[in-house]
Structures are given as structure tokens and as C-alpha cells.
Design a protein around this ligand. Sequence first.
Ligand code: ADP
Ligand code: MG
Length: 223
Amino acid sequence: KEAFMRQSEQLSTITQMSAGIAHEIKNPLTALKGFMQLGAANPELRDSYNDLLLSEVNRIESIVNDFMMLAKPASSKQLEAVNIKQMIDYVLELYQSLIAEKAINIDTSINCGEYTLESDPNRFKQILINIIKNALEAVEYKGTVCIDVICDYSEAKIVVKDNGKGLSEERLKRLGEPFFTTKKDGTGLGIMVTRKMVDDLGGTIKYSSEEGKGTCVAIAFPM
Ligand code: ADP
Ligand code: MG
């Protein structure tokens, strides 16, 4: 009976996820179709729709990318020595225009001593991207994002803290639920994908947050 329950629970998760994916992709597709029909009827307007078309195509692409991450088996890991500082610098570089635009203070403190982390660099990078991007999006103009890394013989711990809008207790509980987003152009898939990848790497992830004060995300990986 128990096995049956588990199977039917799995099925209903798959059903919900499929409905969610279909819905999330259908919205931008409908918009694309509409603009293409308008463009066909009014060739002189076609150029002015180009940015809109591109942004809808980008949206479909990011949804599909996130789902491809979920589908990757944990066994496809490629372990190598990962330089945590370099990875963090790379991610901050990716978002330098957002950081400059919002005049965000970035406060990093990295203490890894002689320790090196063996990890899958692609997954590791994607985890940092998802967490740091959320922190940068959560803060107001001139907000602060702190990134602390501490390594010892047993683990590498990375803490990303922001003084942004934070989350109510009710919203905190919903983190990681597929398609849960409070952003106009969010996918609500980032945290779910992050959790899966942290899990693939044998790590842990914890969120704490206070509404109006900020959010703290702590991830730890075994050395
Ligand atoms: P997305 O960023 O596309 O909305 P995520 O799965 O990354 O999807 O995040 C889901 C939701 O969790 C966000 O829409 C936001 O409401 C909340 N959230 C995540 N990180 C933070 C943070 N650092 N501060 C406040 N809210 C956050
Ligand atoms: Mg996100």
C-alpha cells in the first residue's frame, strides 16, 4: 500500500509540474503568436515588435533551461577542484550592470585557507548564480549583499545575506515550490533547481528571512 501511495504521489507531482510547464510556456507563446500575426498584417510595425518577441523567446529559453537542470541525473557529476573565490567573482561579474544600476554594496569575506572543494563546477556555479541573483533582486537602491565563505577540514560553508525586502513566514514556507514567484518576470524555478543541485552535490541549504529586514541563505558542502 505504501509503495502505491508513493507512486501516486509521484504521479500527481508530475501531473502538476507538467501543467505548470505547459502554462508557463503557453503564455509567452501566445504573446509571440499575437505579435507575429500583428506583424504579418502590418509589415511597417514589424521592427517595433522585435524587442518584445525577443524577450518572450528569452523567457521560454530560461524556463526550458531551468527544467533541463532538473532533469540532469545526480550521477552526471563531474568532480574537480573548484576555486570558490573565482566562482563568486565570476557571478558578480555576470551581474555587474545590475549591481552598478542599483548601487549595491557587495561585501565579500572568503576564508578558505589551504582547503579546496571537490565539486561539479557547472552545478556549483548555477547554485551561486541563483542565490546571488535573488539577493541582488531583493535589495533596494544602495542595499547590501554580504557573501561569506568559511572552509575547514569537514565542509565549505557559503552564506549569502541581503538587507532586502525579506519574506513573510508564509512565503518562506513556499520557497522551492515550482512556479512560486513574487516577481513580474520571475520563473519561480530557481530555488527548486538550486535545491536539487545542492542535493546532487551532497550539500545542505537553509533559508532564514525576516520581512522588511532581509534574507540569509546558507549552503554547506562536505569537503
Ligand atoms: P524567481 O527568482 O524567478 O522568482 P526563485 O525560485 O529564485 O524564482 O525565487 C522564488 C521567490 O522566492 C522569489 O520570487 C521571491 O519572492 C523569493 N525570494 C528568493 N530569494 C529571496 C531573497 N533573497 N529575498 C527575498 N525574497 C526572496
Ligand atoms: Mg530567482
